[in-house]
Write a protein that binds this ligand. Structure first.
Ligand code: 6R9
Length: 632
């Protein structure tokens, strides 16, 4: 593919954050940092890795044996030593590590680093007493509560491999993941609370383990103390009873840098979910580095990543990255629209959140309900805003930047994947921000936009986003399916294929156009779904949009758009015509939708990504394929 996109690349505007951001940032000058990395890539990562504590240093920073990489060879470490002991031993002992806020006001819990280390050690000993050891898999199917993080870290403490399954998944998705990893133990809770309703997680586990012979024990966190759920005497054990019977000290298992840390199934907007495998050493260095430099995290920050630890964002930037940096992290079970549309803003005001990391799907939801909600709260504690998961279209960027950040806070639109483990492309703090563009590869990452043969395409030309050099937190394999791993590196010669389409400006800024499987070919032109959706959302009546290609005998495909209107806007033919005209003016005639349908909701993955493949299957009366990740 080497097709001219009708993106009006050079008309973009930039926002420059106040100079004090750059002056005080860890990164300093982006260009200089990037050049330093290029001059000596291994030296760059070596320096970062030395910030952390290792039981034994590495022989070599990396060993690259295409397409397999080893990082920090023969080094020994434990990630929880760096998340916990390192802080407890070095002046952060009584610093708050985790603040948890439940659904009802006043319902909260706080753990200092000392308390967290103790809880993790106790639970780790508990897992050991159930026969869990190094290399065993443990499935964690829990709500967002501190015990979820305690369970993850306890696994890492003893070298067990965790597979966290998002609490919103149902029986068959959970069963697939338990069976797929041969999990020995499942850690769950009686209930998760969502919008005032109690969802019985334990019952779902009960059904999911019926055909899962590997499972020996189930650990249950019983949140409802008044009517505690009954436990099966042989199979099930209470979370706190298990802890209380165990010792408060648990030495961290000595792990090799290349030992697996966790398996996480991808959100899967396309095809069947894959079990992505991450390892101890490289993942630790990658998430430590990016949390520090991309969010520019400092000791007095109050950091809030809204992602559930059931997703990679929750793993890397809800748990490991911030704890490696000794940060104070907020976690919460609340949904942004319950009990009111002001819940998130209330939390930011209440806890004095300084770094707020969320997803475009949430931002567009906030835009839809209107700025009167955030405007009721004092958001002046905010310092840095972040976005992840889907393209942050210019409209949403502007809203986030102005309405939430008051034109004061840098917005970091971070592009990365479950497979990459860490941020890869973004605009580093202090650099000019360009709405609609994620930014540039961060120091440490060599990424580009190329054609099918791996040759860079000129600015303004669409192509495939690829990574050209290994990086520490890259996935090492796909669990039980190395063939699928190899495909990532063999699709485009010499490159890691991301399956995302992108276009670069003459300034080197990268705009993500959407997944390549979401590409629509209209009359021989390649059109990225994200571009058309972004154009639609820039119309003031539109809250959210998804577009698909519909086979057409004449043009190959035509574009059909599904549109959610903002509150109070009335659907009708007049508006349809306006929207078509609007896209025409924004992107040109080739990208004009031929059909528009007004809808109330869009099919999304549970992590908030639009599943265009489901829309398309519905439209064409086809089988949508695997829909285990589809939201109800
Ligand atoms: C972290 C995460 C990965 C896919 C990725 C891309 C999309 C993520 C994005 C973005 C545009 C961004 N994506 N961040 N697209 N701009 N800032 O979401 O991981 O669930 O594996 O999804 O998400 O399409 O390829 P994962």
């Amino acid at each position: 593919m080497a097709e001219k996109f009708d993106v009006k690349l050079e008309e973009g505007k930039y926002y420059l954050p106040d100079a004090s951001y750059k002056e005080r940032s860890w990164i300093g000058d982006y260009n200089r940092a990037y050049q330093e990395f290029l001059a000596d890539p291994d030296g760059f990562w070596d320096r970062i890795a030395r910030d952390l504590e290792w039981f034994q240093p590495w022989d070599r920073v990396k060993e690259w044996n295409y397409p397999y990489a080893k990082w920090f060879t023969n080094a020994k470490l434990n990630i929880t030593h760096n998340c916990l002991d390192r802080h407890v031993n070095n002046q952060r002992r009584n610093k708050v590590a985790i603040m948890w806020r439940g659904e009802t006001e006043g319902e909260e819990e706080v753990y200092t680093y000392r308390q967290l280390l103790q809880a993790v050690s106790q639970f780790a000993n508990g897992l050991k007493s159930l026969g869990v050891g190094k290399g065993d898999r443990v499935c964690i199917y829990m709500p967002v509560v501190p015990e979820q993080i305690i369970a993850m870290l306890a696994c890492a403490r003893i070298g067990a491999v965790h597979t966290v399954v998002f609490g919103g998944f149902g029986v068959s998705a959970l069963n697939q993941r338990i069976v797929g990893t041969d999990a020995k133990v499942v850690v769950t809770a009686d209930f998760t609370y969502r919008r005032g309703k109690a969802i019985p997680l334990k019952n779902i586990v009960g059904e999911a383990v019926v055909n899962a012979p590997s499972v020996e024990r189930i650990v249950v966190l019983r949140r409802d103390q008044e009517k505690p759920v009954e436990l099966h005497p042989e199979m099930e054990v209470d979370f706190y009873e298990l802890m209380e019977e165990s010792d408060r000290e648990c030495p961290a298992e000595v792990m090799d840098a290349e030992d697996p840390l966790f398996i996480l199934y991808t959100s899967g907007t396309t095809g069947f979910p894959k079990g992505i495998v991450h390892t101890c050493g490289g993942y630790m260095v990658g998430t430590y580095y990016t949390t520090k430099y991309v969010f520019d995290i400092k000791d007095n920050d109050v950091y809030w990543c809204t992602a559930d630890p059931g997703w990679i964002t929750g793993h890397s930037y809800g748990v490991y990255g911030p704890l490696l940096n000794g940060a104070t992290c907020l976690i919460t079970e609340v949904t942004p629209d319950y009990p009111t549309n002001g819940t998130y803003w209330d939390i930011i005001q209440d806890y004095g959140v300084t770094i707020f990391y969320t997803a475009p799907t949430a931002i567009r939801m906030f835009m839809r309900v209107g700025e009167e909600w955030p405007n009721r709260y004092n958001l002046s504690s905010l310092r840095i805003l972040g976005s992840v998961g889907e393209p942050l279209n210019p409209e949403a960027f502007e809203w986030f930047y102005h309405v939430i950040g008051k034109a004061r806070c840098p917005v970091v639109d971070t592009w990365w994947q479950t497979e990459t483990g860490m941020h890869m492309v973004t605009t580093m703090i202090g650099e000019p921000m360009r709405p609609g563009f994620a930014g540039k590869p961060i120091p440490g990452v060599v990424a580009d936009v190329v054609d099918r043969n791996g040759n860079p395409v000129p600015p303004g030309t669409g192509g495939f986003l690829v990574v050209k050099e290994p990086w520490p937190s890259m996935m090492r394999t796909v669990w039980n399916d190395d063939e699928r791993y190899r495909k990532y590196w063999y699709t485009i010669p010499g490159c890691y294929t991301t399956s995302d389409l992108a276009v670069k400006g003459t300034d080197g800024y990268i705009m993500i156009l959407g997944r390549s499987d979401d590409l629509i070919v209209v009359a021989g032109h390649n059109i990225g779904t994200a571009e058309v959706e972004s154009a639609l959302v820039s119309h003031d009546a539109v809250a959210e949009a998804a577009v698909i290609g519909k086979p057409d005998p004449l043009k190959g495909n035509i574009i059909k758009a599904f549109v959610i209107l903002k509150n109070g806007r009335v659907p009708g033919d007049k508006l349809k015509n306006d929207l078509v005209y609007h896209v025409r003016m924004t992107l040109g005639p080739i990208a004009m939708p031929s059909e528009i349908e007004f809808v109330d909701s869009l099919p999304k993955t549970r992590s908030g990504k639009i599943m265009r493949r489901v829309l398309k299957a519905q439209e064409l009366g086809m089988d949508p394929g695997d829909i285990s990740t589809l939201e109800e």
